[in-house]
Design a protein around this ligand. Structure first.
Ligand SMILES: [Zn+2]
Length: 301
């Protein structure tokens, strides 16, 4: 009896709890863990968006597994009183799209930017195998399932259930398929991994700081009232500028100068002034890598 109770308690503790919070009328966000991927957070260490329409809900990003996708769908239903009718992937990192299978199997359309397609095809299997030792049984049934609808172009208007969205893409950044979802009626933007606040942004081999900064400038041009970042608390443009935009600008400007003046990689990385970004979680761990990658990228331009 005690054993059974302990087992039930352990299982209850392990279930990921997802609750969406309203950020504007009919517009919601779930703010995920800002730590790394764990069995407990189901690799949903990222934010997810939700928009209610008169004809059903729009889910922004599908989580890293079909299990998480099902939890997101249930949470969306609780928040809006409606089923998820459409899904949008804002990028090609695992937690943005590996839950797609849950929705596609039900005939629910999934949208993403066409510039992310090759990256999803190439890295999807790698993302699954990288998460396997962390997620174990929680990854069961999760497969690489591509979006069903591809968005082309830099600025696309998409109306779903009577709600008009503006989809903004500038060639990628964190990943090649980065696409922000702007809700003009409420001045809310879901930036995906274009914006990190509270914790330092991540750069991977597929990341490119030049189009990332161009995407950030497109965000500034929108002058959103509310910014739902990819990681960190729901915020405003000013914090997004402090925690992401200024960091990208400072890294690129420093490395541009270093490359132009023939300064070597090691010196350029060491002399980058990290003090304005010291408040960001994990800054001391990741900044040298960001500096390193930015130097190599600028050198190739
Ligand atoms: Zn992310």
């Amino acid at each position: 009896m005690l054993g059974l109770l302990a087992l039930l308690t352990a299982q209850a503790a392990r279930a990921l709890e997802i609750a969406f919070t309203a950020v504007a009328p009919g517009v919601y966000a779930y703010v995920g863990d800002t730590e790394g991927r764990t069995y407990d957070n189901e690799a949903l260490n990222a934010n997810i968006g939700l928009i209610a329409t008169p004809q059903g809900a729009i889910l922004i990003d599908s989580g890293a597994t079909v299990r998480t996708a099902a939890t997101l769908a249930a949470a969306a239903q609780r928040a809006t009183g409606q089923p998820v009718r459409w899904v949008i992937n804002t990028g090609t990192q695992d937690h943005r799209w590996l839950g797609n299978g849950y929705f596609v199997r039900q005939g629910i359309p999934v949208y993403a930017h066409a510039n992310g397609r090759a990256d999803m095809q190439r890295r999807g299997p790698e993302q699954l195998s990288a998460n396997a030792p962390v997620l174990k049984d929680k990854q069961a049934g999760t497969e690489v399932v591509l979006p069903t609808h591809w968005i082309d172009g830099d600025d696309t208007e998409l109306t779903l259930g009577g709600v008009t969205l503006r989809l903004v893409h500038r060639g990628g950044g964190h990943t090649p398929g980065d696409m922000m979802v702007y809700v003009p009626a409420h001045g809310v933007v879901f930036t995906g991994d274009v914006v990190y606040v509270d914790r330092i942004l991540g750069m991977h081999p597929v990341s490119r700081s030049r189009p990332w900064l161009a995407t950030f400038e497109a965000l500034e041009a929108l002058q959103p009232r509310i910014v739902v970042p990819g990681h960190g608390r729901v915020t405003d443009l000013a914090q997004a500028q402090r925690d992401t935009g200024e960091l990208l600008r400072a890294l690129r400007a420093h490395m541009r100068r270093a490359v132009d003046e023939g300064v070597d990689l090691g010196t350029a990385v060491r002399t980058f002034d990290a003090r304005p970004f010291a408040h960001l979680k994990h800054a001391e761990v990741w900044l040298p890598q960001l500096a390193n990658r930015t130097y190599l990228e600028v050198e190739q331009e």
